[in-house]
Design a protein around this ligand. Structure first.
Ligand code: XBP
Ligand code: MG
Length: 237
């Protein structure tokens, strides 16, 4: 029987309910560039089927505004890069000003798991600056000391449901998937983790409550009141 040695956390929607702040940041970038794009929550819930902010904007552009000319005069890719840089800056300042709190139970689980000697890792499709601003504000300047591995959009360009980010996390942990547990919020994340052979706990949120979570170890509203011991028990199931 493989005992649990590591927890691998997704970021957006799992560590914190960040997507409404991402949504505001996208709309800020569009308005800043004089685009008449405005994503409401209903549309964004659909667009979240596409992991990765750049991929999401590219999908939207090609699907909804195929005739739109690029705005920086050097083609779609550069325009998307430019919009994404603006969006990330807007997201960073919103989180920096306290727009996002960690979800219930997350900080307790991180600290108790770390104290009990479990290794902690992050496997996300978001950008590294977004992880840093969230966790620096939520945990403190030494937040990185708690995580032995961080894989993100800068190290794993193939986005969930592709398993690349989880496969690379496992390789860097040096652990078999059977000794780890992934914690996710979305069907893309669940599929990516399961494709890497990981048992996965889902903490759903309002953007993902309608998703198909077949194959998840558990589907929870959040981690509130969940102990590390309980994670061990579920992992042994
Ligand atoms: C969720 C995502 C990200 C965010 C936006 O990531 O798909 O794209 O929505 O962040 P996670 P970026 O894997 O943590 O759930 O604009 O930086 O992509
Ligand atoms: Mg997520």
């Amino acid at each position: 029987m493989s005992t649990l040695q590591a927890l691998i956390f997704d970021v957006d929607g799992t560590l914190a309910d960040t997507e409404s702040v991402h949504l505001q940041a996208f709309n800020h970038a569009f308005a800043d560039q004089g685009l008449d794009w405005h994503w409401d929550e209903a549309l964004y819930t659909q667009l979240l089927e596409i992991s990765g902010g750049k991929e999401r904007m590219t999908h939207y552009w090609k699907q909804v505004h195929p005739t739109m000319k690029d705005i920086v005069g050097s083609g779609l890719t550069d325009t998307i890069e430019h919009l994404h840089a603006l969006k990330t800056a807007a997201y960073e300042s919103a989180v920096q000003s306290g727009a996002v709190k960690l979800r219930p139970g997350v900080l307790d689980i991180i600290h108790s798991a770390h104290k009990q000697g479990l290794r902690l890792a992050i496997a996300t499709t978001t950008s590294p600056v977004n992880i840093a601003v969230l966790l620096r504000n939520a945990i403190g300047p030494d937040w990185k000391d708690l995580f032995v591995v961080i894989e993100d959009a800068s190290t794993a360009p193939k986005k969930k449901p592709h398993p690349q980010v989880y496969v690379q996390t496992l390789a860097r942990l040096g652990l078999p998937s059977g000794q780890c547990l992934a914690i996710e919020d979305s069907s893309n994340g669940l599929r990516a983790a399961m494709a890497a052979g990981l048992k996965t706990l889902i903490t759903q949120n309002r953007f993902t409550a309608h998703h198909d979570f077949s194959g998840a170890l558990q589907v929870l509203p959040d981690l509130g009141g969940i102990s590390v011991e309980q994670l061990h028990t579920w992992h042994q199931q």
